[in-house]
Design a protein around this ligand. Structure first.
Ligand SMILES: [Zn+2]
Length: 255
């Protein structure tokens, strides 16, 4: 049995070591993550149930080394490429396809800070996208206006902006042009975009708290975990609210 070093050291604490035996050559090897290919003969292994973090041998932490992730992604892409196992029996090629597709999904999700956070929240049982999707569908089905809770710190700004947008719509209808109003809306939009960007920084402060909870393992209480989870949900909800609002403003300005 030959042991190759694990592809990358991501700087996280190693996960508990497990041993895996290759289906093809029987070699057993210790692994830091789900075994995607045999370290001895290189054959692709059957996909094991895994989440995107575990797929890369990572703990479910939010601060991650994107450079190391990218390197690991390319190394795994080469090992798992379905062309390598073409004609080598449908079973192995099927596994290659499954593993490659999970690799691509995992990489695409983890490299993006927002998608990574949403995915972690999904693992924690929170479905942000679904929440808003089902609310939109329900609103469409019933013909009601989708009720969105305005983040308290935006109440005044949103109230004023909606009045200006209404004015703009009326102006357009009667063919009036009000450059001052247009400028006012542009300013409000800029302010929203600044807040949207700032929310990523706010989210990152909670990443630190979350990673601390994971690092402390059993020492951290369940209440702490839920508390920081809910903070992140709140930031993402506010961020989505602003994103939708900016989209509405853009539409109103273009018409
Ligand atoms: Zn093997």
């Amino acid at each position: 049995m030959t042991t190759k070093p694990v592809l990358t050291e991501i700087g996280a604490k190693p996960l508990p070591q497990e041993t895996h035996s290759c289906w093809s050559c029987g070699a057993s090897f210790e692994m830091m993550r789900a075994a995607h290919f045999c370290e001895s003969c290189g054959k692709v292994q059957p996909p094991a149930p895994s989440n995107y973090f575990a797929f890369f041998g990572l703990p479910p932490k939010l601060n991650l080394d994107i450079g190391a992730l990218e390197k690991d992604f390319y190394a795994l892409s080469r090992k798992l490429h379905p062309d390598l196992s073409a004609g080598s029996g449908s079973k192995e090629q099927e596994w290659s396809l499954e593993q490659s597709s999970m690799l691509n999904d995992a990489y695409r999700t983890l490299k993006d800070p927002i998608k990574r956070t949403q995915y972690l929240l999904h693992l924690e049982g929170v479905e942000l996208e679904e929440q808003s999707k089902s609310a939109t569908e329900k609103a469409r089905a019933t013909g009601e206006v989708k009720k969105q809770i305005v983040p308290p710190d935006l109440l005044e700004e949103v109230f004023e902006l909606n009045m200006h947008l209404e004015e703009l719509r009326i102006n357009k209808k009667v063919g009036d042009d009000d450059p001052a109003l247009f400028e006012e809306i542009g300013k409000a939009k800029l302010s929203l975009e600044t807040k949207h960007a700032a929310l990523l920084h706010e989210l990152q402060t909670y990443w630190k708290v979350w990673d601390g909870v994971i690092d402390r393992g059993a020492e951290a209480s369940a209440a702490e975990r839920v508390q920081v989870r809910d903070k992140m949900v709140d930031v993402l909800n506010r961020r989505n609210y602003i994103r939708n609002l900016v989209r509405d403003v853009n539409e109103a300005m273009e018409q």
